[in-house]
Design a protein around this ligand. Structure first.
Ligand code: 5GP
Length: 122
C-alpha cells in the first residue's frame, strides 16, 4: 500500500486541520484522539510518510525509528500513566480495522482497560 498524503494525519502534520497537541519533537507528533476510548487516549505519529508499522520498520532510517520510540515514551510520561499502567496499540491493515493510513500508536490509560481484546478472535 503506497502512502496517501491526503490522509487526515498528514493534514494534521501540515497544520491544515487542528489537533490538541500533547508532545512534539523532530520525529513525532502526539495529540489527543478526537473520539477517546479511555480517560487518556493519545495518538503518536511519526513525521515521516509511513502507512503502518511494517512500512515504518522496513523503510525508516534507524535514527527515525529510535527517535519515534523515544517520543512514544516521552508522551507516555507526559500523560502521567506510568504508575497505574497503560496500553500501546498499533492497528495495522484490514484485520486490525486501521482507519487512518498513517502509522500511529494509540496510548490508552487512566482507568482499568479490561482484557486485551473485547472478545477472542476466531
Ligand atoms: P486507527 O483505527 O486507524 O488505529 O485509529 C484512528 C484513530 O484516529 C481513531 O481512534 C480516531 O478516533 C482518530 N481520529 C480520526 N480522525 C481524527 C482527527 O481528525 N483528529 C484526531 N485527533 N483524531 C482522529
Amino acid at each position: 500500500m503506497s502512502y496517501d498524503a491526503s490522509n487526515i494525519f498528514a493534514k494534521i502534520l501540515r497544520g491544515e486541520i487542528p489537533c490538541t497537541k500533547v508532545y512534539e519533537d523532530e520525529f513525532a507528533l502526539a495529540f489527543k484522539d478526537i473520539h477517546p476510548q479511555a480517560p487518556v487516549h493519545i495518538l503518536v505519529i511519526p513525521k515521516g510518510p509511513y502507512v503502518s508499522h511494517d512500512d515504518f520498520i522496513g523503510s525508516a532510517p534507524d535514527e527515525e525509528i529510535a527517535g519515534f520510540e523515544r517520543a512514544v515514551g516521552k508522551t507516555v510520561a507526559a500523560a502521567g500513566v506510568i504508575n497505574d499502567g497503560y496500553r500501546l496499540i498499533a492497528n495495522c491493515g484490514v484485520n486490525a480495522h486501521q482507519e487512518v493510513p498513517h502509522y500511529h500508536i494509540h496510548i490508552v490509560g487512566g482507568a482499568d482497560l479490561g482484557p486485551m481484546l473485547a472478545k477472542p478472535a476466531k
